[in-house]
Design a protein around this ligand. Structure first.
Ligand SMILES: Nc1nc2c(ncn2[C@@H]2O[C@H](COP(=O)(O)OP(=O)(O)OP(=O)(O)O)[C@@H](O)[C@H]2O)c(=O)[nH]1
Ligand SMILES: [Mg+2]
Length: 234
């Protein structure tokens, strides 16, 4: 779970995850020295829940969620995780769906299980107006068409990865700094022949704290699918 200024969200997320009926679940928070003290709060919660169940990776400064995710996933695999779930801290991704993602991965053998807004049963926050819905749909279709994948929610950030898929993807060489990370990772997995399943989720809007989306991140998302396609052709 990457965090940057999520002091208002992290406590609730950590408590909810630790209360799930999944005794093997470990939480790794990857904090980029948040000025609001999220890293210290994460340490306190790790103490409370037990260091064997929760830990914190502190990074020196804000490098974007893609870098934070790549680092955190690499750490989780090194530490022996069999499955790694990526999940935002802002409350957009439903904690209650975590067991369903794992259940689907285990029962189907999928290497990548996507918490998907865009399969039958997937829903978006009522707070999303027509413009935002269209933009998200369009971003998905844009990346999917350029890359020729049939993944329905290729831009989503609530995904469960089997450990061998993460090893095969070579996290150290992932390019994306921002949220095109989601697209790049799935494309890499599909290209390597790993099976993908999508489980419907309800996507909630963040209610506490601020979005870290900015123009640079958006530009990267526009150019990245072309880069990935060109590289694949080479
Ligand atoms: N460690 C770290 N985490 C980050 C960074 N940027 C964003 N995050 C975290 O990544 C998650 C997603 O960030 P958001 O700002 O919600 O971005 P988003 O979900 O694409 O955008 P919204 O739809 O506006 O919420 C949150 O948990 C953030 O705290 C970063 O540079 N470093
Ligand atoms: Mg968000």
């Amino acid at each position: 779970m990457p965090t940057y200024n999520e002091a208002g969200n992290l406590p609730g997320m950590a408590d909810a995850l630790m209360a799930l009926p999944l005794p093997g679940l470990r939480l790794l928070v990857v904090d980029d020295s948040s000025p609001d003290g999220t890293g210290d709060i994460a340490e306190r919660y790790a103490e409370r829940h037990g260091r064997d169940r929760m830990s914190v990776l502190h990074r020196a400064g804000k490098e974007g969620l893609g870098r934070a995710y790549a680092d955190g996933m690499a750490r989780a695999v090194t530490d022996g995780a069999r499955y790694v779930l990526q999940m935002d801290a802002d409350g957009s991704h439903p904690v209650g769906k975590v067991p369903a993602l794992l259940g689907t991965a285990l029962s189907t053998g999928a290497a990548v299980t996507i918490g998907s807004r865009y399969v039958q049963g997937g829903t978006l926050s009522d707070a999303w107006g027509a413009h935002r819905r269209l933009l998200s749909r369009w971003a998905n279709a844009y990346a999917g068409t350029i890359l020729g994948t049939r993944v329905r929610d290729i831009t989503g950030g609530f995904n469960l990865w089997r450990e061998d898929a993460l090893r095969a993807i070579d996290l150290a060489s992932v390019d994306s700094a921002g949220y095109s990370f989601q697209v790049e990772m799935k494309y890499r997995a599909v290209r390597r022949g790993f099976g993908v399943m999508e489980v419907p989720i309800h996507f909630e809007d963040r209610t506490i704290g601020e979005s870290k989306m900015n123009l640079m991140v958006q530009l990267e998302s526009v150019t990245m699918p072309w880069k990935l396609r060109a590289r694949a052709r080479r």
